[in-house]
Design a protein around this ligand. Structure first.
Ligand SMILES: NC(=O)c1ccc[n+]([C@@H]2O[C@H](COP(=O)([O-])OP(=O)(O)OC[C@H]3O[C@@H](n4cnc5c(N)ncnc54)[C@H](OP(=O)(O)O)[C@@H]3O)[C@@H](O)[C@H]2O)c1
Length: 263
């Protein structure tokens, strides 16, 4: 599938792996001029930069080491991209996030340190980046598209701080979609169901080595979602025709809305 993507230079936070990486490839396939991958691990960024396939000779893939939780570096990132590309990114995908590794599933027993870590990366960082980026573009009279990768967890009862962070991230999209659309900034979100990425290593069993009769029952399509499928939804939300969706989070759960996980 190829879409007419409105922004031409797109910054992807969390673009070195999983859904962010698949989005970078999809956007390149659709003919955007450049993708800028941002994340904390330089090694991961370089690996991604070298493996993405360009579809035109003048396409560019850039990388930037960046921690979304370090709010005071947000504007510096935008200026450094301008210094390297000669333009400001007119699209922003926020696909960064942390989950199991931060012990976010321990419910009420989570430590204050882990709570802060999950919330700073999954909610506070995106909130301030969306605010800083949209103000930055508005002040320069530039239009932009933003897509935040939330989660189907936003609708679940998982007793986890991860869920709280994603519920609030979807809430952020709903809260500011109209305000930003009036300023020429189209903010949307996607809420993926269980998707086969490094964040969900336990899903490998249902993708690579699925045994006869072993069915993924978490959704209606009875299979784990591929990151490329979520990338297409992100691309759609950044396409020419998506203004009408401003302030919307599209649930991409393969037929599943909510699964009770409480114990
Ligand atoms: N996979 C699923 O089933 C699923 C379902 C629903 C929603 N999601 C959401 O989808 C998004 C992408 O996750 P994924 O599944 O593609 O997993 P992933 O491959 O682990 O991607 C997460 C990316 O975020 C980056 N990241 C983490 N902390 C960061 C920070 N502080 N600053 C900047 N970048 C940071 C990571 O790179 P570094 O560690 O190098 O920074 C990594 O590239 C996440 O928001 C996740 O919550 C995933």
């Amino acid at each position: 599938m190829k879409l007419d993507i409105r922004p031409k230079n797109i910054l992807i936070i969390g673009g070195a792996s999983g859904i962010g990486y698949a989005t970078a490839q999809f956007l390149l396939n659709c003919g955007v001029r450049s993708v800028i991958l941002a994340g904390r691990s330089v090694e991961k960024l370089h690996k991604a930069e070298n493996s993405l396939v360009k579809t035109a000779a003048d396409q560019k893939v850039l990388t930037s080491q960046f921690d979304i939780a370090s709010v005071d570096t947000h504007i510096e990132l935008l200026n450094s991209i301008h210094g390297r590309l000669g333009v400001f990114p007119d699209g922003l995908v926020i696909s960064s996030g942390v989950n199991f590794s931060a012990a976010s599933w321990k419910g009420f027993n989570i430590s204050e340190k882990d709570y802060d870590r999950v919330m700073n990366i999954n909610l506070k960082g995106p909130f301030f980046l969306i605010r800083n980026y949209s103000n930055f573009m508005y002040e320069r009279n530039l239009r932009a598209n933003i897509c935040a990768v939330s989660s189907i967890s936003a609708h679940r009862d998982m007793q986890s701080v991860y869920q709280i962070s994603k519920n609030a991230l979807s809430g952020l999209v709903h809260a500011y979609g109209k305000h930003l659309a009036k300023r020429g900034i189209i903010l949307n979100g996607v809420e993926p169901g269980s998707t086969d990425t490094g964040m969900m290593p336990h899903l490998k069993k249902y993708t690579d080595g699925r045994r006869e009769g072993e069915i993924w029952t978490d959704n209606g399509i009875q299979r784990v979602i591929r990151p490329e499928e979520i990338a297409e939804v992100v691309g759609y939300l950044m396409s020419e025709n998506c203004d009408v969706l401003a302030g919307t989070c599209l649930l991409a759960g393969g037929g599943c809305r909510s699964i009770p996980r409480g114990n």
